[in-house]
Design a protein around this ligand. Sequence first.
Ligand SMILES: Nc1ncnc2c1ncn2[C@@H]1O[C@H](COP(=O)(O)OP(=O)(O)OP(=O)(O)O)[C@@H](O)[C@H]1O
Ligand SMILES: [Mg+2]
Length: 241
Amino acid sequence: MNSETECQLELKSINTYYGKSHILYDVSMKVRKGELVGLLGRNGVGKSTTLNSIMGVVTPQSGSIIFEGNNICGLQPYQIARRGIGIVPEERRIFPTITVRENLLMGQKPAAGSQGNEWTIDKIYEYMPLLKKLDGNKGGYLSGGEKQMLSIARSLMGNPSLLLLDEPMEGLAPVIVNELCGMIKRINETGVSIILVEGSMRSILQVCQRVYVMAKGAIVFDGSADELEQNKDIQCTYLEV
Ligand SMILES: Nc1ncnc2c1ncn2[C@@H]1O[C@H](COP(=O)(O)OP(=O)(O)OP(=O)(O)O)[C@@H](O)[C@H]1O
Ligand SMILES: [Mg+2]
């Protein structure tokens, strides 16, 4: 990555604390425009804290986070969302008492840039035909996989240029995981950059172009999905395989 313009997001040596607990140690990461990057690691290593640091939910004590050329470190989450970063947190945040369509409408906001290629309900239904079938159903009656699909779809309605997905496959059956992986790949192919956080590598290596592995709050591996697949040492030491 030699051109600065190619790099959409760059974390430069961030250190994040919760109170006095030091959680992230000099974490550096890059995401190119249009890239699908995996962030892997066992429970409690700091994956969600990394996403929360990007989103401004917690502000790193040192280091910088450059998004599309500007340092966003210290901005409020709503300001960061307005600049075009969307997040789907670990708990699937959908409204149970309103319909799928109404849930989608709640997520609507204009695109930060002037790309003119905004997500609409029709476009969402084209990419996720299953949701179209559930259009009038209440959010609370959806299955786990359907809820996850809806929460991703709802964040797309905010037209992010970078989407942060925190363990979207957690607790889902393998067949649903495959479907979600395909969907995430198709979303990425529309030009949305994605950071995909997962605990296990099985499901995501097929869709990620590049992968970071974290352990104890630090990045311990950075390479292609193929390189990680071949690196048994990293897998055995730092991942559930
Ligand atoms: N709000 C908080 N206050 C204090 N400590 C926290 C808070 N959130 C997380 N932690 C701690 O920070 C560390 C990293 O947590 P984090 O949620 O980032 O891990 P993770 O890699 O996302 O784990 P998991 O795979 O279980 O989701 C853990 O030790 C956790 O207990
Ligand atoms: Mg987490």
